[in-house]
Write a protein that binds this ligand. Structure first.
Ligand code: ADP
Length: 165
């Protein structure tokens, strides 16, 4: 049987333990996972794209069937090029549902052969988002329990520099 590939798209600004939890779960379900940084011109990210890529690579280095890439255009187009069977998304709470539902149905209309698969993280990560991490780290608080070690180090460097300025 052909290998089953899934893509896991997001902004990952930065990757958190919630994202890593979803990637681990997905890596058991599919032969190959591509974590895709989706370029979004509307968002002004804290971390540059290459930095986000390095942090994701570092966080998934123990998972041999996971790779990292960047997508510029339409996501379903990218998924089709990669011969992906599925798009993985994380569902933390009902509040994620409406937005995710809308995107998933539009993506299915655009590319009926690609299914969106929702995975739930461990409940300890259900409150976690990259936005919350950036906010807490900005004020110098410890986020080491919630993000990979390399992310905590880079957040610390970024905001330490800002604080001196
Ligand atoms: P986006 O900018 O598309 O919201 P994110 O990088 O914030 O991208 O998230 C990518 C995916 O990971 C989304 O499906 C989001 O719901 C999911 N996700 C984000 N944080 C968590 C978490 N703590 N637990 C599980 N899934 C999460």
């Amino acid at each position: 049987m052909a290998d089953r590939c899934a893509i896991y798209p997001g902004t990952f600004d930065p990757i958190t333990n919630g994202h890593v939890d979803i990637i681990e779960r997905a890596s058991h379900l599919f032969d190959r996972i591509i974590v895709v940084i989706a370029r979004n011109s509307k968002k002004q990210p804290l971390f540059a794209e290459d930095e986000r890529q390095v942090m994701i690579r570092d966080a998934v280095s123990a998972l041999p069937n996971v790779s990292v890439d960047v997508c510029e255009g339409l996501l379903v187009e990218y998924a089709r090029q990669q011969k992906a069977a599925a798009i993985v998304r994380g569902l933390r709470a009902v509040s994620d549902f409406e937005y995710e539902f809308q995107i998933a149905l539009m993506n299915r209309k655009l590319e009926p052969a690609i299914s969106t698969v929702f995975l739930m993280p461990h409940e300890k990560y259900c409150f976690l988002s990259s936005t919350i991490i950036r906010e807490v780290a900005r004020f110098g608080r410890d986020v080491r329990d919630l993000v990979p070690a390399e992310v905590a180090r880079r957040l610390n460097n970024k905001f330490a520099t800002h604080r001196i300025e």
